[in-house]
Design a protein around this ligand. Structure first.
Ligand SMILES: Nc1ncnc2c1ncn2[C@@H]1O[C@H](COP(=O)(O)OP(=O)(O)O)[C@@H](O)[C@H]1O
Ligand SMILES: [Mg+2]
Length: 263
C-alpha cells in the first residue's frame, strides 16, 4: 500500500522507495518519490507521458542509478543515502541478488530473436542461476502452459504475434522466480485486439498474489485488477489511493483532469 497509514503492522513491505531523486542533465525527472508496496499488492502507476513512470520503475531495479533516496526490497537495502547526502548502493554480489528479486516486463518484449521460445525462457535460469536444464525445462513448460503458449515452445519470436511475444516475456521473467514483477506499459506496443490476452496473464498473476507494480494506460485493468493506484505527474506522486477510491473520487485536480481525459 502506498501510504504508511494503513499498512498492516508486522508485515514487511516488498518495496520501499523513499524520497527518490533523479535528474538527467538539468531535468529533474524524479523529485522525491516515495512509495511502499506490500506483499501481494498490485499497484498501477498511471500518469501522462514524460512524468517519470519508467524512470521510477528502472530506479527500483537499478537499470538507472538514483541521485539520492533509498530503495529497500523485501527488507534488504539496495541503495540508501546518508545524512551527508552520499548515495550508496549495495556491493555488487548483493546488488545483483536483490535486483533478481524483481522481474521486469518491458513495452518492447526484448526477446532474443535467435533463440526459440523455450530457449528464451531457460537462458537466464541456466546462465545466471546455474540451474540444470533438466530442472528448468519442465518448469519453463509449465510457465508456457500457464500463459497459453506451450504449443509455441520451439518457435522463434519472429513467428509470434506481439501478444504472444509479451506472454513469453512474462513467462521468461517468472522463470527466475521473482518476488516482485515490474511491468512498464506491457500492452502499449500491441494492437488493441492483442492486449486482452496479455492482461489476462497479468490478471492471473495478480490472483496468485504476485506483488506487482504496473505502469499502464489500461484504466480498466487498473480499476479492476490493481489494489492501489498511484498517479504520477512531473516527477512526483500526486496521489496514491486504493483503486476503488481513486477512480470513484480522485482528490487532486491533476488526477481528476487526467482520469477525465483517459476514461
Ligand atoms: N536516459 C535518459 N536521458 C535523458 N532524459 C531522459 C532519459 N530517460 C528519460 N528521460 C526524460 O525523463 C523524463 C521522464 O521520462 P520517463 O521516465 O520515460 O517518463 P514516462 O515513463 O512517464 O513517460 C522525460 O522528460 C524523459 O525525456
Ligand atoms: Mg514510460
Amino acid at each position: 500500500m502506498p501510504s504508511t497509514t494503513n499498512k498492516l503492522s508486522g508485515v514487511l513491505p516488498m518495496i520501499v522507495a523513499r524520497d527518490i531523486r533523479k535528474r538527467f542533465g538539468v531535468v529533474d525527472v524524479l523529485k522525491g518519490v516515495s512509495l511502499e508496496v506490500d506483499r501481494g499488492d498490485v499497484v498501477a502507476v498511471i500518469g501522462p507521458s514524460g512524468s517519470g513512470k519508467s524512470t521510477f520503475l528502472r530506479c527500483l531495479n537499478h537499470l538507472e542509478s538514483i541521485d539520492s533516496g533509498a530503495v529497500v526490497i523485501a527488507g534488504e537495502t539496495l541503495v540508501s543515502t546518508d545524512a551527508a547526502g552520499v548515495c550508496r548502493y549495495a556491493q555488487d554480489t548483493e546488488l545483483r541478488r536483490i535486483c533478481r528479486k524483481m522481474g521486469m516486463v518491458f513495452q518492447q518484449f526484448n526477446l532474443f530473436p535467435h533463440l526459440t521460445v523455450l530457449q528464451n525462457i531457460i537462458e537466464a535460469p541456466i546462465t545466471v542461476k546455474g540451474l540444470a536444464r533438466a530442472t528448468i525445462i519442465p518448469k519453463a513448460e509449465e510457465l508456457l502452459r500457464k500463459v497459453g503458449l506451450l504449443d509455441k515452445r520451439d518457435s522463434y519470436p519472429s513467428r509470434l504475434s506481439g501478444g504472444q511475444k509479451q506472454r513469453v516475456a512474462i513467462a521468461r521473467a517468472l522463470a527466475m522466480e521473482p518476488d516482485i514483477m515490474l511491468f512498464d506499459e506491457p500492452t502499449s506496443a500491441l494492437d488493441p485486439e492483442l492486449t486482452g490476452e496479455v492482461l489476462r496473464s497479468m490478471r492471473q498473476l495478480a490472483e496468485e498474489h504476485m506483488t506487482m507494480l504496473v505502469v499502464t494506460h489500461e484504466m480498466a485493468f487498473a480499476r479492476e485488477v490493481s489494489t492501489n493506484v498511484v498517479f504520477m505527474d512531473e516527477g512526483e506522486i500526486v496521489e496514491a489511493r486504493p483503486a476503488g477510491e481513486m477512480f470513484a473520487s480522485p482528490e487532486h485536480p491533476r488526477t481528476q483532469a487526467f482520469l477525465e481525459h483517459m476514461l
